[in-house]
Design a protein around this ligand. Structure first.
Ligand code: XMP
Length: 327
């Protein structure tokens, strides 16, 4: 397939009408490209893959096979939402793979950040390839590549990994229906396709997921503390009207313990670190000035509701000197 590029004079998709026109055009193009063959898609539940899934469901329905790999490093409720939205509501052909043990066993005892990232990436490809091999008649692979991915790989800023990685025996023709769109346009298209707001307007979430927010060697109990505290943080941001206004916010549970006291007994538990940053391009970031009442509510809820935690800390460090994530 010839390299499709964003036309220089393309109007930015900012309205439902423009999104509908884009959707109609892509639906026709997808049908033309795919014919009656099957298309495979790794559906993480992130914005880009979700919008690609919704577009393909509209274009080819059951010819699309979505694979959702739960690697155990997703946020609370995410796998359930993928199943609810795509299988139950959109009637997609969705394969759910519970690979939690597979990933966490491989990651056990591994503390080096880049090694952790590498294991997560490799294992993902293996799990996905295992599923792909079980299917017959798949000719295409759909991907949520977007225009900045293309530009960044052309300018050598970051390798665009989407296309690579699958083993030799699994070579597919690519279907990339949002490749000429900027992120804000992908969101407008997703909204027009009927995806829920908390999927379309979600904050950025790193590929290695909660794995990089559980610094050092991941253990299941500390990972659970990250997941539970993150869920409380998101819930309270929503209640305080901050969801969608702060660029990225999350919790980290470092691998050290400190003394505390609960019910007149000594405790020796982890702290939870809160991170809330604003940025335009993630190259530098400033700290959100969170309301004190929110910080107090978070401290109260996290120390009472999350097992193994006795302190809450607020990270005031901009980027630089810190990065946004901890690994
Ligand atoms: P840092 O920590 O480098 O993060 O300041 C900048 C932005 O990139 C995200 N991030 C990642 N995203 N895979 C991803 O897909 C990764 O390995 C990864 N590491 C960081 C981070 O969440 C932030 O938005």
């Amino acid at each position: 397939m010839a390299e499709i590029r964003r036309p220089d004079n393309m109007v930015r998709i900012t309205t439902a009408a423009l999104a509908d026109a884009f959707i109609d055009e892509q639906v026709a193009l997808i049908r033309e490209q795919v014919g009656d063959k099957k298309v495979l898609l790794a559906l993480s539940g992130g914005v880009d893959s979700s919008v690609v899934a919704a577009l393909l469901i509209r274009a080819i329905g059951q010819q699309l096979v979505c694979v959702h790999v739960n690697h155990g490093l997703l946020r609370k409720g995410e796998p359930e939402q993928v199943i609810e939205v795509f299988r139950n509501q959109m009637k997609a052909n969705l394969i759910y793979v519970d690979a939690v043990d597979r990933f966490l066993d491989k990651l056990a005892g591994v503390s080096d950040p880049e090694t952790k990232r590498h294991i997560i990436g490799e294992e993902f490809i293996e799990v996905f390839a295992d599923e792909a091999r079980k299917l017959d008649g798949v000719k295409f692979l759909a991907q949520g590549t977007i225009w900045p991915d293309i530009l960044e790989s052309e300018h050598g800023i970051k390798a665009h990994h989407n296309a690579g990685g699958l083993p030799e025996d699994l070579q597919f023709e690519l279907v990339e229906p949002v490749r000429i769109l900027f992120k804000d346009e992908v969101r407008v298209v997703g909204k027009a396709l009927g995806l829920p707001d908390n999927m379309v307007y979600r904050q950025p979430f790193p590929g290695p997921g909660l794995g990089v927010r559980c610094p050092g060697a991941i253990t299941r109990d500390r990972l659970e503390a990250v997941r539970e505290s993150d869920a409380i943080l998101r819930d309270e941001f929503e209640k305080f009207g901050l969801a969608g206004h702060v660029w990225q916010y999350f919790t980290v549970v470092p691998d050290f313990k400190s003394t505390g006291v609960k019910d007149d007994k000594r405790t020796f538990d982890w702290p939870v670190i809160i991170r809330a940053v604003n940025t335009r391009d993630a190259m530098s970031a400033t700290i959100e000035r969170l309301p004190y009442e929110l910080l107090e509510t978070l401290t109260e809820r996290i120390t009472t509701e999350v097992p193994g935690v006795n302190r809450v800390l607020y990270d005031l460090t901009p980027k630089p000197s810190a990065t946004i994530e901890y690994e």
